[in-house]
Ligand binder design. Structure first.
Ligand SMILES: *[C@@H]1O[C@H](CO)[C@@H](O)[C@H](O)[C@H]1NC(C)=O
Ligand SMILES: *[C@@H]1O[C@H](CO)[C@@H](O)[C@H](O)[C@H]1NC(C)=O
Ligand SMILES: *[C@@H]1O[C@H](CO)[C@@H](O)[C@H](O)[C@H]1NC(C)=O
Length: 272
């Protein structure tokens, strides 16, 4: 199960990489990898036709693997078990990547001449932390409402103010976003009367949202407000009338009953 998911992920990166296949060998391909995952760095076939010697390095000086055609690939001790080299297609698989593994990975070949055939900028990232979305201040008048919220992560925060009149709400200055200290993106925006705080990097995202009406009830809209108010008044009035009638009739019946029994008593004493 785990293996399959890993394969799917690798395939995803593979397809991602192939978008860049046509951009030329000197270009650097950006690859983002989730901490703990593997990644497959491939080289293009056509450039390796007259290959005699190939070397993968990281950050230009640290050798990951060296391979002479017909020989066995050599991997320095520090990378044993952490990289897998394919003698068929010269791809390099980096395993269980950690933050320190972020860097520029380069494949160079020596044939007729030495040349760089592939370059990857690998960035290892952890999942982004959850976000808190809290109101800072609300001010309400008869025809407007201003709400300021702050969206915060472990290491960063962003504030934004929303203004509602009786019909619509808007965000002051539009969408607000920034890059956090850990290189992720933090964004606050308004969508269908929901305030959304979105925290994301290349491999994951989290979000938190709140309804603007919870703080700015004005925005129910004038016409809606009137009809709801009317219905409430009618229901309340009818209820009141029924209650009063019940009380009055109970009271009246009580009086009649008393009158009747008094009358009977008088008649009874008269008879004696
Ligand atoms: C290159 O070899 C690796 C390891 O055998 C394999 O996973 C990958 O799919 C191969 N790539 C291509 C394009 O055949
Ligand atoms: C909300 O802000 C606007 C613009 O800053 C201001 O004109 C308005 O009076 C404010 N409304 C309230 C209820 O504070
Ligand atoms: C926002 O509202 C529109 C129209 O009312 C609707 O089509 C859309 O799906 C809504 N979007 C979200 C994210 O709720």
């Amino acid at each position: 199960m785990l293996k399959t998911m890993l394969d799917i992920e690798l395939e995803f990166y593979l397809s991602l990489l192939c978008i860049y296949c046509f951009t030329g060998s000197s270009a650097v391909t950006d690859v983002f990898v989730k901490r703990g995952d593997d990644v497959l760095l491939e080289v293009m076939d056509d450039v390796t036709k007259d290959l005699e010697f190939l070397r993968w390095t990281v950050n230009t000086n640290s050798v990951l693997v060296e391979y002479s055609l017909g020989g066995k690939p050599t991997v320095p001790e520090g990378y044993t078990g952490r990289v897998e080299f394919s003698v068929e297609n010269y791809s390099l698989k980096l395993k269980n990547l950690q933050d320190d593994d972020s860097g520029v990975y380069t494949a160079r070949v020596t044939g007729d001449e030495e040349q760089t055939i592939t370059k990857y900028m690998v960035t290892v990232e952890g999942p982004v932390s959850p976000v808190d979305l809290n109101p800072d201040s609300v001010s309400i008048s008869s025809d407007s409402c201003n709400l300021t919220v702050t969206c915060s992560t472990e290491d960063s925060h962003i504030s934004s103010t929303f203004t509602c009149d009786t019909k619509t709400c808007s965000q002051e200055g539009g969408d607000q976003s920034k890059v956090t200290n850990s290189g992720a993106s933090l964004r606050v925006h308004l969508l269908n009367d929901s305030i959304i705080c979105y925290h994301s990097n290349q491999i994951s995202w989290t979000q938190n949202m709140t309804q603007i009406q919870d703080f700015c009830p004005l925005h129910a809209g004038l016409s809606d407000g009137v009809s709801i108010c009317l219905v409430k008044t009618v229901v309340f009035s009818v209820g009141l009338i029924i209650m009063v009638s019940v009380v009055i009739s109970v009271h009246l019946m009580e009086k009649i009953r008393k009158l009747k029994s008094n009358q009977m008593y008088i008649e009874f004493t008269l008879l004696q």
